[in-house]
Design a protein. Structure first.
Length: 122
């Protein structure tokens, strides 16, 4: 038997032994598990949207007014950013402001950047 065959045989024996240990450990754990059910149950009732008044709905969900405010404030922010960086395109400004984790600024510190990064020099 060659050295390689011997090492391969030893490795297979070791893996089989470890596999058997894991199986035995698993069997022992399953025997000792017990399930108990508590006789006291606590529950929180969540009302249907139909059962909520306008105030409660406005606290939980955004409405058209909220979305309009989001649009107006983000548009103003983008315009202000573009005024500061006149060479940027509108799409790049949006990416820099709102998707900044996807963009790496040049020069990147320590010259290692994630492959998912799009390089944008500003």
């Amino acid at each position: 038997m060659s050295q390689f065959q011997l090492q391969n045989h030893q490795l297979q024996a070791y893996l089989q032994e470890e596999h058997q240990k894991l199986l035995n450990k698993s069997k022992n754990k399953n025997k000792s598990k017990k399930i108990k059910f508590n006789k006291i149950v606590s529950a929180i009732l969540i009302p249907s949207i139909k059962d909520m008044d306008d105030e409660m709905r406005s606290k939980l969900w955004w409405n058209k007014v909220d979305y309009t405010e989001f649009y107006v404030s983000s548009k103003a922010e983008i315009d202000m950013f573009l005024n500061l960086h006149k060479d940027l395109k509108y799409k790049d400004a949006i990416r820099l402001l709102y998707q900044h984790s996807l963009i790496c600024y040049e020069p990147y510190i320590d010259n290692t950047r994630p492959s998912s990064c799009k390089t944008l020099a500003i």
